[in-house]
Design a protein around this ligand. Structure first.
Ligand SMILES: [Zn+2]
Length: 302
């Protein structure tokens, strides 16, 4: 809806004598001409942010801009408990979950409050909105969605960032904030009985550095990554198993690995009770390669 159409709608609403439920004057997206926010129950339900009422929606450069404001009209001072008085409003812009597949910006008009007690130290403050951290550029649920896109849907940080119209570092920080507590949780290592060990090419070679590999250690029963280690040597895996301690290592009954001697020695050294198995994928690849070699030899001979 263009700004003119929107004004038209407001005028009609006034002419019909209905009057908007909430009427505020607010600067527009470009902060030039004024537009009016009108409380829309439908849009408020749709946006579903606690404590916010939603009015106008606009499309600005292909993005949906949703105008919302806080609804509290009684506030106590956090310092002395006296009933605060309104001290104007301030506006913040945060990116939220996409509406109809389009990047969405929440333009939130927050209230400033003032304590009328002359001796109170609190003076003035701006109210906070649940689900939007102070000075955040993304709502909490948008940050959570970015994390799901990267961790569960397999999107790259860059594509998740583009979906929300934010920079790579902002998206990466969201993923780190939601993911690190899980990565660091020692409970992830509890009760593991079967592990898989395999290498992955992590960074391709450049003119100044060689290809870098990591070793992935996974829980085969729960289908979870337990750790990612830099390097792919016997010492790397051996060091990790040493850190786990002998009780943990004795609990491991099965370990799969790619057919590398370094991994095999590390697992033999540290996992006394484990059966070592070459993993399915590498086993099939070796078998295919062997059959190819035989076929080529037979074809050459006949
Ligand atoms: Zn006070």
């Amino acid at each position: 809806m263009g700004r003119c159409e929107f004004r038209e709608l407001i005028r009609e609403s006034h002419d019909a004598g209905k009057g908007p439920a909430i009427l505020r004057i607010a600067t527009s997206a470009e902060r030039e001409p004024l537009s009016v926010i009108q409380h829309s129950h439908g849009a408020t339900e749709l946006v579903g942010m606690p404590g916010l009422v939603v009015g106008a929606r606009q499309v600005v450069d292909g993005e949906v801009w949703v105008y919302a404001e806080t609804e509290a009209d009684v506030m106590g001072c956090s310092g002395c408990g006296t009933r605060a008085v309104g001290h104007g409003r301030t506006r913040t812009f945060v990116r939220d979950l996409a509406v109809s597949g389009r990047p969405t910006v929440l333009c939130v008009s927050k209230r400033r409050w003032r304590c009328p007690e002359p001796d109170c130290e609190v003076n003035t403050w701006t109210e906070q909105v649940a689900g939007i951290a102070p000075r955040a550029v993304l709502t909490d649920r948008a940050r959570q969605r970015i994390t799901e896109m990267v961790n569960q849907d397999g999107d790259s940080i860059a594509s998740a960032a583009a979906t929300f119209g934010v920079g790579w570092h902002t998206a990466n920080q969201a993923v780190a904030d939601y993911t690190d507590p899980h990565v660091d949780d020692p409970d992830r290592l509890e009760g593991v009985e079967a592990i898989g060990v395999d290498e992955k090419r992590f960074l391709n070679a450049t003119p100044t550095s060689r290809t870098r590999y990591t070793t992935q250690i996974v829980d085969l029963d729960r289908h979870r990554v337990l750790d990612v280690l830099e390097g792919r040597s016997r010492d790397v895996v051996g060091g990790w198993l040493t850190e786990r301690g002998t009780d943990w290592c004795e609990n491991i009954l099965l370990a799969t690995l790619d057919p590398s001697a370094g991994y095999r020695r590390a697992l033999e050294d540290h996992l006394p009770g484990a059966t070592l198995v070459v993993d399915h994928w590498h086993c099939v690849r070796l078998a295919n390669r062997a059959i190819d070699q035989v076929r080529r030899r037979v074809q050459n001979e006949t």
